[in-house]
Design a protein around this ligand. Structure first.
Ligand SMILES: [Mn+2]
Length: 322
């Protein structure tokens, strides 16, 4: 089903709705089951470890593609929608992060929003439309997380930085115009300081790394072969947050991927490491000698569907929503 042709239109969540969802999702994230999200000194860790045989859906960077998420939930696998499979606890969803900021497809709108921003208009119709798409998407992600805490996981990407700050492993962001600064200004002006900071707390609580049966994941290619302890305690180490969310193509050798697979996937010699972050042309790209699979194609609404232990085949395991 293609929702962009229907009447469902993204709208900005009200302050009350955003506040309610943020408080609920923060509570959910703070109380995740230690069976898959180990803690340290009472704090929630940044590592997710799944030891069951549930099939997994890996969703690359959404970048405010609200209709992609709606279509994904209605996508049928072996005759059942993903939403129905979630209700039956038969599937797990892992989002690779980067929920906000539309990309090149909305270049014109970003430029108009920037012109208004330069004139001092922080909440102009262009940024409002942009944020309606981004926040409709993220509030739906929050609802999913609250409803299916053990089955829906959203990893922190470099765009999970609503305050556009340069601390805690974050870096300010700009691509087409000054997206990071404009979104921060919009949030402060439209929702106020308290809600914007609450959104930042939600982002900070997101996990960073996934170990499953036959797969590893993080938003970006890992800069180093971190230990399990480091991954659990990642929030204590800004360099580690940065090293899992910001790595550029060819910035690192790919050795970390190979070492991490050896360390955490002893039982699965064909295991792969899945990331989003850097856009790819034509569905996917392989790095690290074929061990790293990059799946963020901004022009396609695609995802990976994988059964634990299954050998990844890019012709079979990457599904595209038409
Ligand atoms: Mn990214």
């Amino acid at each position: 089903m293609n929702y962009s042709n229907t009447v469902i239109k993204p709208i900005l969540p009200s302050k009350e709705e955003l506040s309610f969802l943020l408080h609920s999702v923060i509570d959910t994230l703070l109380n995740e089951d230690e069976a898959y999200r180990p803690r340290y000194k009472g704090d929630v860790g940044s590592l997710l470890e799944f030891k069951d045989s549930l099939p997994v859906i890996i969703i690359p960077d959404l970048h405010a593609r609200f209709y992609f998420l709606l279509s994904l939930l209605d996508y049928k696998i072996e005759g059942e929608t993903i939403r129905s499979l979630l209700e039956q606890e038969k599937i797990r969803l892992v989002f690779l992060g980067d929920g906000l900021h539309t990309e090149a497809m909305q270049k014109e709108r970003w430029i108009k929003a920037y012109e208004a921003f330069l004139r001092g208009s922080l909440t102009n119709p262009f940024i409002e439309e942009e944020m309606a798409e981004g926040l409709s998407l993220m509030t739906e992600v929050m609802r999913l997380k609250i409803t299916y805490p053990a089955l829906v996981h959203f990893l922190k990407g470099n765009h999970e930085n609503i305050l556009n700050e340069e601390s805690y492993g974050n870096r300010p962001f700009r691509k087409i115009v000054m997206e990071g600064e404009m979104v921060k200004a919009f949030m402060l002006s439209y929702y106020g300081k308290e809600l914007t900071e609450l959104y930042a707390s939600f982002e900070f609580l997101l996990p960073l790394f996934v170990i499953g049966e036959g797969f590893l994941m993080s938003h970006a290619e890992p800069a180093k072969a971190y230990s399990k302890k480091e991954l659990i305690e990642a929030k204590k180490h800004p360099s580690l947050i940065h090293g899992l969310t910001w790595t550029k193509n060819d910035e690192v050798s790919g050795q970390a991927v190979i070492k991490l697979l050896k360390k955490f996937q002893r039982a699965y010699p064909h295991a792969r490491y899945y990331v989003g972050h850097r856009p790819v042309e034509e569905r996917l790209a392989y790095r690290a000698g074929g061990k790293l699979v990059q799946i963020h194609d901004a022009n396609l609404n695609q995802f990976v569907y994988l059964k634990p232990g299954e050998l990844f085949d890019d012709k079979k395991n990457i599904l595209v929503i038409e």
